[in-house]
Design a protein around this ligand. Structure first.
Ligand SMILES: [Zn+2]
Length: 258
């Protein structure tokens, strides 16, 4: 069984996704910040939505849920149990816990709890794909709003341990800017330089930079490279950097100010 992923550009730089099962003509919608472009994309692909999977409660990821529910009142809306308990995803029908399994198109996906950006953040992982919301970006990561730096690093480490070929579909088109920052952290990293050039070409042609892979992230994402010599040196110039958590915190802080 193969699933197809459609990238749906939303708002200014958000990504919604449709996880399409052609055999049944159905799609799971992931992170619909707006309803209309999602409906248009589903219509163009001749599929009907069977569920909404939310990575976290921020409005730029769930803002389109009420509009989709108006058109499809029976649509199950899934997100974390934490977000359900706090009533922060409109129309949420089910709260997921770490390791809960979902099936779409005969393919199993795991909901992984990845707190840090928010405490209810989830990633959906299956069939060689990972939908990471605002936890892991291509060449970067989300801001640490609700969790702690160690919590965010643990979540990123968990995603980084997925197979290198895992295709990453993330919440925002921030890849070029993230690589510009990565180049300041590791000016000698040729993989960063090459990826930045490739990403700039794609953006100049108005193409998405999705998907990335875990393998590319391990080579170029400074938020995952707390063991790399140049990243350690970069962090040490900015404060305490004796542990991987401290190295990650210094790099994340530097990105906040970039
Ligand atoms: Zn967010």
């Amino acid at each position: 069984m193969t699933l197809e992923v459609l990238v749906i550009p939303l708002l200014r730089d958000n990504h919604g996704y449709a996880l399409v099962d052609r055999s049944s003509g159905t799609a799971v919608v992931i992170d619909p910040s707006e309803a209309d472009p999602v409906s248009t994309a589903l219509h163009a692909a001749s599929v009907r939505p069977v569920a909404v999977w939310c990575t976290h409660h921020h409005a730029d990821h769930v803002g389109g849920v009420p509009g989709l529910l108006e058109r499809h009142p029976e649509l199950p809306v899934l997100g974390s149990a934490f977000d359900l308990e706090h009533g922060r995803i409109p129309g949420q029908t089910r709260g997921l816990r770490d390791g809960d399994e979902l099936v779409h198109g005969g393919v199993a996906f795991d909901a992984l709890s990845v707190p840090g950006h928010t405490l209810g953040a989830l990633a959906y992982v299956g069939a060689g794909h990972a939908f990471t919301g605002d936890t892991l970006f291509l060449a970067g990561c989300g801001r640490v709003f609700e969790g702690t730096m160690p919590q965010m690093r643990a979540s990123l480490a968990r995603l980084a341990s997925l197979p290198a070929s895992t295709r990453l579909w993330v919440g925002h088109e921030y890849t070029a800017r993230n690589l510009e920052f990565a180049a300041t952290v590791e000016p000698e990293n040729v993989a960063v330089a090459a990826r930045l050039e490739a990403v700039r070409r794609r953006r100049a042609a108005f193409e998405t930079t999705m998907p990335g892979t875990i393998g590319e992230e391990l080579a170029t994402n400074p938020m995952l490279r707390w063991d790399a010599e140049a990243v350690l040196r970069f962090a040490a110039r900015r404060g305490a950097a004796a542990t991987p958590d401290e190295v990650f915190a210094r790099v994340r802080e530097a990105k906040d100010a970039f």
